[in-house]
Design a protein around this ligand. Structure first.
Ligand code: ZN
Length: 234
């Protein structure tokens, strides 16, 4: 059962490998089936070279394993909280891509400095608060998801317009309409993080992109009157 989401989760995990944004086994992607309230996710600790679609593990929104021979990724409870909290997303990706992690370790948001960033995210990519000791000691991965959801709810940020976040001292979580889109966002996030770092090296007081230019680039791709690209897209 669940062959289709297993296949899609597998393909997205292999994209992380192909893009070079998940060193060693430090990354995972999942694909959601909203109708059945389950998702397919990478098994824990299996190298990308050895992965197969059949190895993907099926888990419900409470993080309980439903199907699969292997143990799911240790980050599975984070994915489960994100699917519960963000009702429109269909895929989640976590990586330890270097430049995004650098911002997470600095506890800094990635500012929207140019149109590359504006094409994928409507404003800065935020960084969450630090988890407390109690949150780390018990149900750490679930609490990681809750801290992400807390940020978006408390700041009234639209998770569909800002498809990525940095967990402080840890790294990025990204999402999208499916796992493939989430993997794409994770790759773009890494590129814009590198661009922002290099920009700051040249000049450390560059302001964010002007609002009208942010609007133009984000909305032409993602707004209700989007016109970028071909009219029929998957
Ligand atoms: Zn991690």
């Amino acid at each position: 059962m669940y062959e289709e989401i297993k296949q899609k989760a597998y393909e997205a995990n292999m994209l992380l490998y192909k893009y070079g944004i998940a060193p060693f086994t430090w990354g995972n992607a999942s694909e959601c089936d909203r109708e059945n309230r389950v998702f397919a996710i990478k098994p824990s600790g299996v190298p990308y070279e050895e992965l197969t679609p059949e190895m993907m593990v099926i888990v419900d929104f409470s993080g309980k394993k439903i199907d699969g021979a292997l143990s799911p990724s240790s980050d599975t409870p984070t994915h489960a909280v994100l699917y519960s909290s963000f009702p429109e997303i269909g895929g989640v990706v976590h990586t330890h891509s270097v430049n995004a992690v650098a911002f997470a370790q600095a506890g800094a948001a990635i500012p929207a400095l140019g149109t590359t960033h504006a094409d994928f995210c409507y404003g800065a990519v935020p960084c969450t608060r630090e988890l407390t000791k109690a949150e780390v000691d018990s149900e750490y991965e679930k609490n990681t998801g809750l801290v992400i959801a807390e940020y978006f709810h408390e700041t009234n940020t639209d998770e569909n317009a800002v498809p990525a976040v940095l967990v402080k001292s840890h790294g990025p979580f990204c999402w999208g309409k499916n796992a493939k889109a989430a993997a794409y966002n994770a790759a773009v996030l890494e590129i814009v993080a590198e661009m922002a770092l290099k920009t700051a090296r040249i000049r450390n007081d560059v302001p964010s992109i002007p609002q009208h230019l942010l609007d133009k680039h984000y909305l032409r791709k993602h707004g209700k009157n989007a016109y970028y690209g071909q009219s029929k897209k998957d």
